[in-house]
Design a protein around this ligand. Structure first.
Ligand code: SAM
Length: 254
């Protein structure tokens, strides 16, 4: 199994952190779920600990796995700064053996969309099953594919975000364009980074497989999971026609 080329997806851990740290609205959702299902917690694709560090600060026992050294280096630095105890494990979420079980396994922020084909998704689900306690829960956060966004003209660029340059040089601006392939259901996103002091833009590609709601439910079911709850946003609203998110809570099936 080829390791994913993460450092050419999110630029690097320091930039990822500065760009994504503003996303905080999902944190209370994860704290509520861990209160409901208990620790120990395993976060798949932990990144820089954006979710795991607040969970550790709530007093939960947490382990995070990720393939990217630059993400986890930044995560370790932040955890130690925050006085949060996190176990960091370098591993591929499609192929890991930790030799123990977890009451809650979480997969935040659309990372499931990194699995571009069913083989990768099913390999991950099989590892999750091995690591899930008998009454444990696996919770996925996946975007609901937006027809409008996927239909964008690939030659058009849209403002995505801006964030402080981690080298202290000013503000980094990010623009995005995307080309959706309806056959593979992969959205090929390009991020164009304008970094102060650099004359050329840095262009990174993020390929995101879109998982449609009925499809994801079926994949979970046929890979041996039972769905207990499905929320449509981070505020625990029921999943429905206008939901932006698929927040799926599942346990080992019958
Ligand atoms: C969108 S970030 C999410 C990070 C973190 N969970 C958060 O919510 O901020 C995606 C993360 O997935 C990791 N990743 C992607 N594919 C992976 C794989 N096959 N195994 C482990 N980590 C992976 C990347 O290194 C990156 O840190």
């Amino acid at each position: 199994m080829e390791p994913p080329d993460i450092d050419h997806t999110y630029y690097n851990g320091r930039h990822y952190h500065n760009r994504y740290q503003v996303i905080k609205e999902d944190i209370p959702f994860w704290i509520r779920r861990v209160k409901e299902f208990g620790d120990p917690v395993l976060e798949l694709a932990v990144g820089t600990g954006r979710v795991t560090i607040p969970l550790a600060k709530e007093g939960f026992q947490v382990t995070g796995i990720d393939v990217s050294d630059s993400m986890m280096t930044e995560g370790r630095r932040r955890a130690s700064e925050a006085g949060a105890e996190v176990e960091w494990v370098k591993a591929d979420v499609r192929d890991f053996q930790l030799g123990r079980k977890f009451n809650t396994i979480i997969f935040p922020l659309n990372t499931v969309c990194h699995f571009l084909d069913l083989r990768d998704l099913e390999a991950c689900l099989s590892c999750v099953k091995e690591h899930l306690a008998r009454n444990g829960r696996f919770i996925i956060d996946a975007i609901v594919p937006s027809a409008e966004r996927l239909a964008r003209d690939p030659d058009e660029r849209f403002f995505n975000s801006e964030y402080p340059d981690p080298d202290g040089e000013g503000v980094v601006k990010v623009y995005e364009s995307n080309r959706y392939d309806p056959a593979s259901q992969v959205n090929h996103v390009k991020f164009h980074y304008q970094v102060p002091g650099r004359s050329e833009e840095i262009v990174e590609e993020l390929n995101m497989r879109m998982y449609f709601p009925e499809e994801l439910d079926a994949l979970l079911k046929y890979n041996g999971f039972g769905i207990d709850a499905k929320y449509g946003d981070y505020d625990d609203a029921s999943f429905g026609p206008t939901s932006p998110k698929q927040m799926i809570v599942c346990g080992p099936g019958e």
